[in-house]
Design a protein around this ligand. Structure first.
Ligand SMILES: [Zn+2]
Length: 207
């Protein structure tokens, strides 16, 4: 909720924008619209136009934004407590991070399921990318504890030089790694039975 002071400041900023960018004949109407809004209406207006920059929003950490989908990511696996996504600035090919869905800054409070996802992801990386080894290391940028899963091909570690991965590389990796996570649905026996019965009772074609 905006304070009266914030509301006033925001109104002044928006009106300045209107002065600068609106066509002359629309200015007065737009300004009066903004002026007449109460704080709730103003907040709604800002949200609708994606202009909202309240403290909560700007403080939202990058990992929470990935969880909420506000920042797109290359997901390779997920469970109820965490997601595994590809690091976009990896130290090695397949470097992934496990992001707990809750914003927690200490590894002591991390749910066991987060660690099981880390184990699962490291298994997938080992199987699909065949590194010499896989290093698991936690870090808490933005006060959000995450777990790095780093495939080691030579002697890479968490402190190694990071290189931005291209979208193509990430897409290709996601294709390779996310595959195991999805099972193709099997046809049920029931369907087959119905089919065979239909076959039996199908009227013979008259030549
Ligand atoms: Zn967070």
């Amino acid at each position: 909720m905006l304070t009266p002071q914030q509301t006033e400041n925001l109104k002044r900023q928006i009106i300045q924008q209107i002065e600068k960018s609106f066509p002359e004949d629309k200015k007065e109407f737009a300004k009066s619209q903004i002026e007449s809004m109460n704080s709730e209406q103003l907040e709604g207006f800002l949200n609708q136009n994606k202009l909202m920059k309240t403290p909560q929003r700007s403080q939202e950490c990058v990992f929470c934004s990935i969880i909420s989908g506000n920042i797109s990511s290359y997901k390779i696996s997920e469970n109820s407590k965490a997601v595994a996504v590809l690091e976009i600035n990896p130290v090695s090919r397949g470097h992934s991070i496990i992001i707990p869905k809750e914003h927690i800054s200490t590894s002591e409070k991390i749910h066991q399921s987060v660690f099981s996802l880390a184990k699962k992801a490291s298994g997938i990386l080992k199987e699909k990318l065949k590194p010499k080894n896989v290093t698991i290391a936690s870090s808490d940028l933005f006060g959000h504890e995450i777990i790095n899963i780093i495939p080691v091909y030579e002697n890479e570690n968490q402190g190694s030089e990071r290189k931005p991965a291209t979208q193509e590389e990430l897409k290709e990796l996601q294709k390779i790694l996310a595959k195991t996570a999805r099972k193709t649905p099997k046809k049920t026996k029931k369907v087959k039975l119905v089919n065979s019965r239909e076959k039996i009772w199908l009227p013979k074609r008259i030549p």
